[in-house]
Write a protein that binds this ligand. Structure first.
Ligand code: ATP
Length: 263
């Protein structure tokens, strides 16, 4: 579904420049949940941002269903909302001045045809809000009236309004309490099955990755150092950095008397 080839991102600030993502190749298959794991600053979010059009690649290419996503420095939006995203912090990603209804409908503004089709379809909005675990009366309220978990449910409904095929989930539960994290992860899993969605699931949390993902890619200092089936990678990590990531997870679990980090 997505082919990433020799993708690179260099950030320049004044005289300095740094390579956030180094010549990366990656295939994301239709209907899979692919995890991207790595410590803070390893380039995970930058990779996601290039796919959703928020950062322009410095080199390389990304194709979605065979079409280039970036052409001559312009992001190609012809996919009509097929690519969506959910960010980590629903507090800052939801506009506090907008009602929940307007927040959810907002992505449609970029796609007039879709907007016309969906706007008159109140039933669809109601189904969606209920499907993510909220109620009709929530539609006229504002983000600050909700808990963190509810706000993330609003963000998920907003991502689904354009009926996407592919969603970049960038640390979607990291800002939530542990028990709420599990509920939101389960909702995301159910939605993925029901709608045959493809996810790129970014997280620094190995337990969350193990729970959610069929395959996982490990990023270290901007490079993709290992990729494989989640089970195999957890049982038999090849790269020293992956081994280090995994050993730290086990230590935390042991030290906290088997209190598993998430689930
Ligand atoms: N807009 C920017 N300008 C300059 N440097 C940036 C910018 N965005 C990210 N970087 C740098 O690029 C590197 C990769 O950042 P990125 O946010 O992709 O990492 P990450 O793995 O997602 O980290 P985290 O888990 O903390 O979000 C970091 O060193 C970061 O400081």
């Amino acid at each position: 579904m997505i082919e990433i080839s020799q993708l690179e991102k260099i950030y320049s600030t004044g005289k300095d420049s740094m390579i956030a993502v180094k010549s990366t190749n990656l295939t994301i298959k239709e209907g899979e949940i692919l995890g991207i794991v790595g410590e803070s600053g390893s380039g995970k979010s930058t990779l996601g941002k290039m796919i959703i059009g928020l950062e322009e690649p410095s080199k390389g290419s990304i194709t979605y269903k065979g079409q280039q996503l970036w052409n001559k420095q312009k992001y190609n939006r012809v996919q009509a909302g097929e690519i969506q995203t959910v960010f980590q912090d629903p507090q800052s990603s939801l506009d506090p001045r907008m009602t929940v209804k307007d927040i959810i409908l907002e992505p449609l503004l970029a796609f007039p045809k879709l907007e016309r089709k969906t706007k008159g379809n109140k039933e669809r909005l109601l189904q969606l809000i209920k499907r993510v675990g909220l109620k009709e009366e929530h539609l006229d309220r504002y983000p600050h009236e909700f808990s963190g978990g509810q706000r993330q449910r609003i963000a998920i409904a907003r991502a689904l309004i354009t009926d996407p095929s592919f969603i970049v989930l960038d640390e979607p539960t990291s800002a939530l309490d542990v028990s709420v994290q599990a509920q939101v992860l389960n909702l995301l899993k159910e939605l993925q099955k029901e709608r045959n969605l493809t996810y790129l699931f970014i997280s620094h949390n190995m337990s969350v990755i193990r729970y959610m993902c069929e395959r996982v890619a490990v990023m270290f200092k901007g490079e993709m150092v290992e990729i494989g089936d989640t089970k195999e990678l957890f049982e038999n990590p090849q790269h020293p950095y992956t081994q280090k990531l995994l050993s730290s997870v086990l230590t935390i679990q042991k030290d906290e008397d088997k209190q598993s980090i998430v689930l």
